[in-house]
Design a protein around this ligand. Structure first.
Ligand SMILES: [Zn+2]
Length: 454
């Protein structure tokens, strides 16, 4: 089919880049999928998403990236991670959550987590995110200032929370020090093009009511988001009922914490009335299916969340508990796990699963006016996938291919804010060799300090 040329073409408008050719999966409100499409980018924003012929007739690009024979998608959104924990990958597996935390993770953190550790883990995590087609990550950890600096240098987008917890942390000896650290962090990054700073009270069971209220007041005063772990395990719910007389979601509602500022990770153990509360207050929820499966935490009620049109996205969680940062695996798992649990293969369709990683995931982080789809005016965060590997051919339905067949290894190129971070599988902003060397040296140190043979 020949598309009509614009009647009044005139001189072509200069833009920075055009990603031209290939199948463009927009995830826009009409869910347009454009064969032989193109995306034009200027000053970090998308200025056109249309057929290649139209876009190339209207715009003159300083650089043209050929995507013919490939698929172009919005950058994936990893809604929950602890990037520095990449250095703890595989340190302890197949244990109860309590054992895992008390005997490995907490001691390993106490002995190793400092700013240099966080920087190294963040760079390692950033390289894995970029290679896997993730353009935005929601992270929470200690020394988040260092995470932010590393992500900004790598060119990734991050909604990043500086942690608040009611015991001495590696970067804050007490509550006042932690709040001062959060204040400096938010002050430093608010208004940055890539980094969105947040306050991150760890969980309702590790942060007392007074400090939770203070965190919420801070978020309102500084107009920032609040990231928290919520209703992850059955034990958390039982303890909340025993100690506070309310389930975790009810408890936070009572404290006035549920709001459009909140991004709540997990929400595994929530009943219908709690899901209604989360929806009515505009809370964003992040489902972490593989982490929940590996730690045997339970199965989040994702179909009930989707029925309510909750803003729910997908996350990998930290690499100590999952053990990688591949959102492709989470998409695939989310689609399959809930079919199994519901004994209904119609639950969580391929398109819905892909929405969780893109536009619905953007809603979960309260960023859907900026990212999550390829639309004019949005940030130019996009991924080019090769579709020629054995796991991809023959192609039948694009959502089926994206959800059930695509791997991180199919990611060819990645752009964030219009900047190329991965070009034909080559990292452009990070030095993979030095990252590997540093990570191996730190792993040696971690094992030595834990008294394990190396
Ligand atoms: Zn987590």
């Amino acid at each position: 089919m020949t598309l009509p040329r614009p009647v009044d073409a005139g001189p072509r408008r200069p833009v920075d880049r055009i990603v031209a050719g290939g199948l463009v999966v927009t995830m826009d409100p009409q869910r347009r999928v454009i064969a032989d499409g193109a995306v034009a980018i200027a000053e970090g924003r998308i200025v056109a998403v249309d057929s290649r012929e139209r876009v190339e007739a209207m715009f003159q690009a300083a650089e043209r990236l050929d995507a013919s024979g490939r698929t172009v998608i919005p950058g994936l959104i990893n809604g929950h991670a602890h990037l520095p924990m990449t250095l703890f990958r595989g340190l302890a597996d197949d244990q109860d959550l309590d054992d895992w935390l008390q005997h490995t993770i907490f001691p390993a953190e106490a002995m190793n987590v400092d700013e240099a550790f966080v920087r190294c883990g963040s760079r390692l995590g950033a390289a894995e995110l970029i290679r896997g087609g993730i353009t935005t990550v929601c992270d929470m950890y200690y020394y988040e200032m260092a995470v932010a600096e590393e992500l900004a240098a790598a060119g990734l987008r991050g909604l990043l929370g500086q942690a608040l917890i009611d015991f001495p942390a590696p970067d804050a000896s007490d509550h006042d020090a932690a709040m001062a650290c959060i204040e400096r962090f938010v002050e430093r990054w608010q208004g940055h093009a890539l980094i969105i700073p947040a306050i991150a009270p760890h969980a309702p069971y590790t942060v007392g009511d007074e400090h939770l209220r203070e965190a919420q007041a801070f978020a309102e005063r500084r107009d920032c988001r609040l990231i928290i772990h919520l209703a992850e395990t059955r034990h958390e719910v039982q303890e909340s009922q025993r100690l506070k007389g309310a389930r975790p979601v009810e408890h936070l509602a009572g404290l006035g914490l549920l709001s459009e500022r909140m991004v709540a990770a997990h929400v595994v153990w929530a009943e219908a009335h709690e899901l209604d509360l989360l929806r009515d207050h505009g809370v964003g929820v992040v489902h972490n299916p593989q982490s929940n499966m590996k730690l045997a935490s339970g199965v989040a009620p994702l179909p009930a969340m989707l029925e309510r049109d909750l803003a729910v996205g997908l996350g990998t969680d930290g690499s100590a508990s999952n053990n990688d940062l591949s959102l492709w695996e989470e998409i695939d798992t989310a689609a399959k796990l809930h079919k199994l649990i519901a004994a209904d293969p119609k639950v969580v369709s391929a398109q819905e699963a892909f929405e969780l990683a893109t536009i619905r995931g953007a809603r979960a982080l309260h960023l859907d006016d900026q990212i999550g789809s390829l639309e004019v005016g949005k940030r130019a965060d996009l991924v080019v996938l090769e579709m020629e590997a054995m796991n991809q051919i023959p192609l039948s339905s694009i959502y089926s291919a994206l959800v059930y067949a695509t791997k991180a290894s199919d990611v060819a190129s990645v752009l964030v804010e219009g900047r190329v971070l991965l070009r034909d599988r080559q990292l452009q902003t990070l030095d993979q060799t030095s990252i590997e060397t540093e990570a191996l040296a730190l792993r040696h140190q971690i094992l030595e300090r834990l008294g394990r043979a190396t």
